[in-house]
Design a protein around this ligand. Sequence first.
Ligand SMILES: *[C@@H]1O[C@H](CO)[C@@H](O)[C@H](O)[C@H]1NC(C)=O
Ligand SMILES: *[C@@H]1O[C@H](CO)[C@@H](O)[C@H](O)[C@H]1NC(C)=O
Ligand SMILES: *[C@@H]1O[C@H](CO)[C@@H](O)[C@H](O)[C@H]1NC(C)=O
Ligand SMILES: *[C@@H]1O[C@H](CO)[C@@H](O)[C@H](O)[C@H]1NC(C)=O
Ligand SMILES: *[C@@H]1O[C@H](CO)[C@@H](O)[C@H](O)[C@H]1NC(C)=O
Ligand SMILES: *[C@@H]1O[C@H](CO)[C@@H](O)[C@H](O)[C@H]1NC(C)=O
Length: 399
Amino acid sequence: MDHPALMITIHPLICLAFLGSLPFPATSSMHQLLASGAWLSTSSPSIFIFGASLVDAGENAAAMPLRSYADFDPYGSDYFGKPVGRWSNGRTFMDFITEGLGYGHIPAYLRSIGSDFTHGVNFASSGSTAANSTAVGNNSGGLFCLLVQVDQFRDFQDTVMSSGHYIGLEEKARLRQRFSDAIYFFETGNNDYMDALDQFGDSLDINATVTTTIAAMKVAFEAMYGLGARTFIILNATPTGCSPEVLSFMDDDEEVDANNCSALWTDIVQAHNKRLIELLDELRDNYPAGEWVLFDVYSIFMDGYLNPSSYGIVYPFRACCGAGGTYNVDANVKCGMDAQYINGTLVKWTKCENPKLYLIWDFIHPVESFAYYIAQGVLNGTHLFPSFSLKARVQQSLQ
Ligand SMILES: *[C@@H]1O[C@H](CO)[C@@H](O)[C@H](O)[C@H]1NC(C)=O
Ligand SMILES: *[C@@H]1O[C@H](CO)[C@@H](O)[C@H](O)[C@H]1NC(C)=O
Ligand SMILES: *[C@@H]1O[C@H](CO)[C@@H](O)[C@H](O)[C@H]1NC(C)=O
Ligand SMILES: *[C@@H]1O[C@H](CO)[C@@H](O)[C@H](O)[C@H]1NC(C)=O
Ligand SMILES: *[C@@H]1O[C@H](CO)[C@@H](O)[C@H](O)[C@H]1NC(C)=O
Ligand SMILES: *[C@@H]1O[C@H](CO)[C@@H](O)[C@H](O)[C@H]1NC(C)=O
């Protein structure tokens, strides 16, 4: 593994948590919305999203334009008709989830122009880690690690709670209730392991890394609980060891698991997912007023890899967009990157003819058509534990 997979392509960045205050003020359109009462008038629960590139809706692209390859063609081409900072050919599974609730798409926090925060805010930042992170090498992405996203939420909440002197005590209490009625999604952890492997290779201490990652998640969840969040939907780690990205980097003698995926990655992901279940049990004990729901996204991905035909997929282990090789992943020229002459040969990416025949879009992120299936796991409730009906929650509030 030479490269962390989920990253932007520029200078080292340290997690901005270390800088103390946030560099970005609440956006002016947000203030306008709040002033007009649009955000306040909604009667259904808001959705707040935290995490990394699987659910980033343009946060990194807004913060640092044209520095990640998700900002370039052919990203977004099959739905938006242009790149929109999402690591997909179209919508992410979060987009499908919020569409399924009748909410449309939840905009990125920093997307200030033309955004409508009526139904919530998406803080997810590509490459971000659960742990406070410092950059390793020149390519360590992760603009806003989890605690920074929590601070951004805090800032948003403060802004809402103090938006205008017309807000009296009663109104404040109502607003506070709205934050407690909201639903909070978290997709985090994958990049902690990407970065750790990048740093330590196969001498990585899996247990220690998982311990650090889970501890960081716990700190963030407790902070959010303290800010009034009560309904948490937390994704487990995806089977990265089967991704075209990881498979393309594996040496011939590297150990594989029963599915021919990276054994090292499988061990990491299984350890993380086991410890996550334990963490959620602990949180249920410590905070019984909270709902701590696991979203088993791992199983949906795994089913896609192992039973591709149930999803109409023909090439589960091959990326739709890339510059060749068995898995259609070339680290030198990934999907969206400029073509390059390498040893005298022009290397450039191509996009597959029919993305629906694939599971993975670029090297690790799903194609839009598979993101749809992931979303059904939440909307149907089939992959939420303990059972939880998001649709019922939203409909109930409208009655
Ligand atoms: C992470 O950063 C926060 C500040 O944002 C700090 O309070 C906390 O102690 C740090 N955690 C660790 C494990 O270093
Ligand atoms: C980081 O970038 C600088 C300037 O672009 C370059 O000189 C250096 O070799 C790079 N380091 C690594 C580890 O890639
Ligand atoms: C994993 O690490 C934790 C904390 O460092 C330690 O308490 C635990 O015994 C370790 N477990 C294993 C299986 O090594
Ligand atoms: C794994 O790869 C080996 C060697 O290429 C092959 O013989 C075997 O059938 C594969 N197993 C699975 C489960 O795909
Ligand atoms: C270019 O060719 C040299 C010599 O065959 C080889 O060692 C090197 O890995 C090649 N570079 C790339 C990026 O393929
Ligand atoms: C979810 O529901 C849709 C529509 O009812 C159905 O087509 C789909 O098969 C379900 N998906 C799962 C994973 O149960």
